[in-house]
Design a protein around this ligand. Structure first.
Ligand SMILES: *Cc1c(COP(=O)(O)O)cnc(C)c1O
Length: 372
């Protein structure tokens, strides 16, 4: 079945009590035990499992084509649990332009705990191969990347990881399973910030790890979720599950609009560069065409001049909202370098955009006016 259908079927709820179409929210933290000591519905305590989280995990598994999913209270909590499942002394490879929070987590929390890591340009497969050590356990892939929208070869990176006895994990937040399915391309685990496109309305934080198959790693992480306690609430699971019902429609329309915006910007004299894999001139275009079914709704633009010029353009926009984050129905724009702080490697004239559901013509008009 196509992802549109999977999104609907995997979120469908069969209500034996009232025939309701929308699922109830099970707020209960604890579940009744039978006289014989068993738990006939399978639930004991809500940190271990609860019906809303189970529904969400089943839907995520179906969408990514995996074996099982583990849902968290944020994308960062999902990433943290993946690293906590390794052992002190292990080594991790991450891309040079990974989502800012991933290296921050490794540096500030996991490095003192005993993990080492190397940042490597994953568009260069020989460099990835050379960065593999005997103790490398994870090759962390993110494509399209943040904020430069670089595309890396998921299949080739998974092969390098496996040859070195490491697992390949893909942060699939920006592409979503509507446009890209890393497990089909050889990855072992998909990570998501469900905060973004799954939730889709900028009103819920969440994260998830989706596993290709049953494994020691999956069993360990299932245990860490419950013992570590970084679980999403039933209401948060309910909101993300509701978001999934419109995921495919939103992502496809937002991507189509992003393509039009990127095309407009690439022709503008005040624009130095546009980073969007859908542009035929983009360095990642051919690879994206091969491993994605659309190019996504994120793009970055470098304005001619410096940071001040970029900030001035963002200030003049009336339809875009100046805010961080992405994946919601409203278009957002941000000056990425100032969000990332003094150690940021992001070009100072770069603005990152998350395209929403407004009409492409209106967004282009807004940009045209701001760039004058
Ligand atoms: C937002 C984001 C995260 C982190 O998710 P949170 O829910 O904010 O913790 C991780 N990776 C990518 C690519 C993201 O965009």
């Amino acid at each position: 079945m196509k992802p549109e259908t999977v999104a609907l079927l995997s979120t469908h709820y069969y209500d034996r009590n009232a025939g309701a179409l929308a699922p109830p929210i099970y707020l209960s933290t604890t579940f009744e035990r039978d006289a014989d000591g068993s738990f006939k519905h399978g639930y004991l305590y809500a940190r271990n499992a609860n019906p809303n989280r189970d529904s969400l995990e089943r839907s995520l598994t179906a969408l990514e084509g995996g074996f099982a999913s583990v849902a968290y209270a944020s994308g960062q909590a999902a990433t943290m649990n993946l690293f906590l499942a390794l052992a002190p002394g292990d080594h991790v490879l991450i891309p040079t332009d990974a989502y800012y929070g991933t290296p921050a987590l490794l540096e500030e929390l996991m490095h003192p705990w005993g993990l080492t890591y190397t940042r490597v340009d994953m568009t260069d497969l020989a460099a990835v191969q050379a960065a593999m050590h005997d103790n490398t356990r994870v090759v962390w892939v993110e494509t399209p990347s943040n904020p430069l929208l670089k595309i890396v070869d998921i299949q080739a990176l998974a092969e390098i990881a496996h040859a070195g006895n490491a697992v390949c994990v893909c942060d699939n937040t920006w592409a979503t399973p509507i446009l890209q399915r890393p497990l089909d391309l050889g990855c072992d685990v998909v990570m998501h910030a469900t905060t973004k496109y799954f939730g889709g309305h900028s009103d819920v934080l969440g994260g998830a790890l989706v596993f290709k198959e049953d494994s020691k790693l999956y069993q360990r992480i299932r245990r860490l979720q419950s013992v570590g306690g970084a679980v999403p609430s039933p209401f948060e699971c309910w909101l993300v599950l509701r978001g999934i019902k419109t995921l495919a429609a939103r992502v496809r329309m937002q991507s189509e609009t992003a393509g039009k915006v990127a095309e407009f910007l690439s022709q503008h004299p005040h624009v130095e560069a546009v980073h969007y894999p859908g542009l035929p001139t983009d360095s990642g275009h051919e690879l994206a065409k091969k491993q994605m079914t659309g190019y996504g709704a994120m793009l970055s633009v470098q304005i001619r001049g410096g940071a001040d010029d970029a900030i001035r353009v963002a200030a003049k926009l009336q339809i875009f909202t100046r805010a961080t984050s992405l994946g919601g129905v409203e278009s957002l724009i941000e000056h990425r370098a100032s969000v990332e702080g003094p150690n940021s490697a992001t070009p100072p004239n770069l603005l990152r955009m998350s395209i929403g559901l407004e009409h492409a013509d209106d967004l282009i008009f807004d940009l045209k006016r701001a760039l004058e």
